[in-house]
Write a protein that binds this ligand. Structure first.
Ligand SMILES: [Zn+2]
Length: 500
């Protein structure tokens, strides 16, 4: 007979057959209270009856604990205690950890796995022995974090990825998430160290650099208004990056800081911003102030444009407005045509090969402008001639030095190399927007340091980095690349760790 008896029936039957007879006598015999026997029966036995009486599912019993088997497999009992030399080593439990060795090596393929660590303890002195597995996992763990830190550094300071995107990248490559806060703190830490490295540049032995190129860039930094002051030398090495909020104080401080034992430039090359020479003086530096020729040429072009724009009419006042306008346009066109060859001469003066005669040509331009045979001496032309004369007087000597140096020593005539560095910071400003002032400065310092070590794969400086061109002594600096400079060396790992 294979009748299926419902579980309710079974429970009822058992409850009635387990009637509590002679409870008092049993309690007295065993020295327990009557109450506790009723408690056991009502609270423990009765509720458990259903569970006990139900039929087990058919089929083999589930497999025994897989952990136990692995423990057996990895349990190589150490021969003796390292502390007291005793030979009695006992197992002292086991625990699971992330399998860092796997995560480090093939984590991208297998995802996160666990590894079991057997704890061993000396029976004589109680010392806990470090198993080989524990050692391997600890080493791999350290290496994994180190490599993740390096990846975060690359992502933030080279690729310019946001915190969230960095997080995605790390999870993709190393199959484990790191937190937003961790990436932010790490970024700040790296930036701070990068700033310290930039500050050390002038104390390292290096090739003599004569130029200090200075410019400010205005990355889009949200509502907070500040600029970024950048110093490079003629080798294109970024020597300083500072957030500038109060120009009159911050710029002199930056200039003073960047000059040091092995970097004392002679020339200060900037655009035409007039306050720079004052800041230079305030920094206590005696450098000859030179101006970027692109800006100088632009300035000349502007003066000529002004002359055309400021053309005045000497026609009777009663002439109707449209006619006056037409007359004026005509006159402007005429003047522009007259001025064109003269302007061309002025620009030609800056062309390569004309370095020695540049100033003479500019003076010639001023003279031509005053020649009534050549050009009608209207009011705006006379003003242009005066401005040109002043320009030559003001910038002439500096232009001579700049062009002579550039012809002889190949030093820069423009701040173009600096402006290209500024362009480098632009994409990063989106990230820096949310930073506080000091943090933003550190962040840009990190970007600058990365750029300094970057070996160019194309262009004018192909195959070299700015550090190499400026011949910075890397022993003095104490690091050979960006990562070692900010304390993120390649992880070191012993060969035994790699056996999976
Ligand atoms: Zn021991």
């Amino acid at each position: 007979m294979n009748r299926i008896i419902p579980i309710e029936t079974k429970v009822k039957v058992m409850q009635e057959s387990l009637c509590l007879s002679d409870v008092e006598a049993l309690a007295a015999c065993y020295g327990v209270s009557v109450g506790v026997i009723y408690y056991w029966f009502n609270q423990k036995v009765k509720p458990a009856l259903g569970e006990i009486l139900k039929n087990d599912a058919p089929g083999p019993k589930p497999h025994s604990d897989p952990k136990a088997e692995i423990v057996q497999a990895i349990a190589e009992r150490p021969a003796s205690c390292e502390q007291c030399g005793g030979g009695h080593i006992w197992k002292n439990g086991s625990y699971w950890v992330i399998n860092w060795v796997w995560l480090l090596t093939i984590g991208w393929l297998v995802g996160m796995k666990k590894a079991l660590i057997q704890r061993w303890r000396c029976a004589d002195c109680g010392y806990e022995l470090v198993s080989l597995e524990r050692q391997r996992q600890a080493e791999a763990r350290q290496a994994w974090w180190q490599q993740v830190k390096r990846l975060v550094g690359l992502s933030r300071f080279r690729l310019g990825l946001s915190v969230r995107r960095t997080q995605i990248l790390v999870a993709f490559v190393y199959s484990r998430q790191v937190s937003v806060g961790y990436i932010q703190r790490l970024t700040q830490g790296i930036g701070r160290r990068a700033q310290a490295v930039l500050e050390r540049l002038s104390t390292c032995r290096q090739k003599v650099a004569c130029f200090l190129l200075y410019d400010e860039t205005f990355p889009k930094l949200g509502r907070r208004f500040y600029s970024l002051g950048v110093v490079i030398c003629e080798y294109g090495l970024i020597r300083s990056v500072r957030t500038i909020r109060r120009k009159a104080k911050d710029i002199p401080a930056q200039l003073r800081q960047v000059v040091g034992a092995y970097y004392h430039p002679e020339y200060f090359l900037t655009d035409l911003e007039i306050t720079y020479s004052e800041y230079l003086a305030r920094a206590g530096l005696c450098l000859q102030h030179l101006r970027d020729i692109v800006h100088l040429m632009r300035q000349i072009g502007r003066m000529f444009d002004d002359a055309v724009r400021e053309v005045t009419l000497d026609v009777p006042k009663r002439l109707p407005q449209p006619d006056r306008q037409r007359q004026r346009h005509l006159k402007q066109r005429l003047l522009r045509k007259r001025l064109r060859p003269i302007l061309r001469t002025a620009f030609k003066a800056f062309a390569p090969g004309y370095e020695s005669v540049c100033l003479l040509m500019l003076e010639g331009v001023a003279v031509q402008l005053r020649d009534p045979q050549l050009i009608l001496q209207t009011e705006s032309v006379q003003r242009l001639a005066r401005r040109m004369q002043r320009f030559v007087k003001k910038h002439g000597p500096a232009i001579n030095v700049l062009l002579e140096m550039s012809a002889q020593a190949g030093t820069p005539k423009t701040t173009n190399s600096l402006e290209s560095k500024n362009a480098l910071f632009k994409p990063f400003s989106k990230i820096a927007k949310s930073f506080r002032l000091a943090t933003a400065e550190h962040f840009f310092a990190g970007v600058a340091l990365m750029e300094n070590f970057d070996v160019k794969s194309r262009g004018l400086h192909q195959g070299t980095s700015a550090m190499q061109r400026a011949a910075i002594d890397l022993d003095d600096l104490g690091s050979t690349d960006f990562f070692s400079a900010v304390g993120l060396n390649m992880p070191q790992i012993s060969p035994t760790t790699f056996t999976l």
